[in-house]
Design a protein around this ligand. Structure first.
Ligand code: 48H
Ligand code: FE2
Length: 259
């Protein structure tokens, strides 16, 4: 019998590489495991699409964990309650306001569980640093990936690729994928003005309305929508993040089925 150390290493390498190959070509790549990305992942996976979520940190939830100024509660409006029920997330109504309260820890954990149980694959520690594109007609056909640890080290290491039928920018305030596309493929004419100041009620509504396709193959959800269209921010009310994730899933499901 070989040493246990060798058997551990080989088991990890064999199984990880097998899955990385399996997920090197998927229906949908979601960049970012925040509230919008995880919600989109669940609804797409439930519809039978092969979904991979790429998250550069070693955790789930994006901005959820910080709650509102580090207080451990997140609020949503009643519109988001059906999504909370789908994910089996507990909530209760505030004593005074028509707002519903969730523990930030439960929201992070259960959004991830819901996405995974529906069949989405989540890879941590992977940073999306570029996209793949094709011309005539112009279309985004995948992402360029690098280990986050390599990015943080500053080493020059060439990346690998994942191809897909759709890429979702769910990277939050910075809209990182859109920023890359606007800089590197100027002919698509995307400019990123960044979000505007706080106006929660308006923002919660338009972020969801403006969620969708940006250019063929590239979609936007969550706070990145605000960065793209200069929409106001909403603060720690997360209904629009969940609703935007669900909406982008519906739009992609519809677009991919047509082809
Ligand atoms: C891999 C990446 C990359 C990359 C980023 O910030 P998030 O929580 O994003 P949303 O849009 O789902 O939710 C926004 C919400 O958290 C928020 O900040 C709100 C509602 N703010 C309102 C206000 O007024 O401030 O999650 C994005 C995730 C994070 O986990 C990042 O680590 C990850 O994306 N990410 N992953 N490659 N290039 N860039
Ligand atoms: Fe935020």
């Amino acid at each position: 019998m070989k040493e246990l150390e060798l058997r551990i290493s080989r088991a990890i390498l064999r199984n990880s590489v097998r899955e990385l190959i399996e997920y090197s070509d998927v229906d949908v790549v979601i960049v970012g495991a925040g509230p919008s990305g995880l919600t989109a992942a669940r609804y797409l996976a439930m519809n039978g699409f092969r979904v991979v979520v790429l998250e550069r940190r070693l955790s789930f939830g994006g901005g959820i964990g910080g709650g509102g100024m580090l207080f451990h509660k997140i609020v949503v409006s009643s519109e988001a309650l059906p999504i909370l029920n789908d994910f089996d997330i507990k909530y209760y109504r505030d004593d005074e306001e028509d707002l519903y309260m969730i523990d930030s820890s439960e929201l992070m954990a259960k959004l991830a569980v819901g996405a995974i149980n529906a069949g989405a694959k989540i890879f941590h520690g992977i940073h999306v640093e570029d996209v793949i594109y094709r011309e005539n007609p112009l279309r985004i056909t995948g992402v360029v990936i690098q280990w986050s640890a390599v990015v943080m080290s500053g080493l020059h290491v060439d990346p690998l690729f994942i191809t897909s039928r759709a890429v979702v920018d769910a990277t939050g305030h910075d809209a990182e994928v859109l920023q890359i596309v606007s800089r590197k493929i100027p002919e698509v004419g995307i400019s990123l003005p960044g979000e505007s100041s706080a106006y929660s009620e308006l923002s919660e509504k338009i972020v969801v309305e403006k969620t969708g396709m940006v250019i063929p193959g590239l979609y936007v959800a969550g706070m990145a929508v605000a960065a793209l269209y200069k929409l106001p921010r909403m603060g720690p009310i997360f209904s629009s993040m969940l609703l935007s994730g669900k909406r982008v899933a519906e739009i992609i499901a519809n677009d991919l089925k047509k082809k």
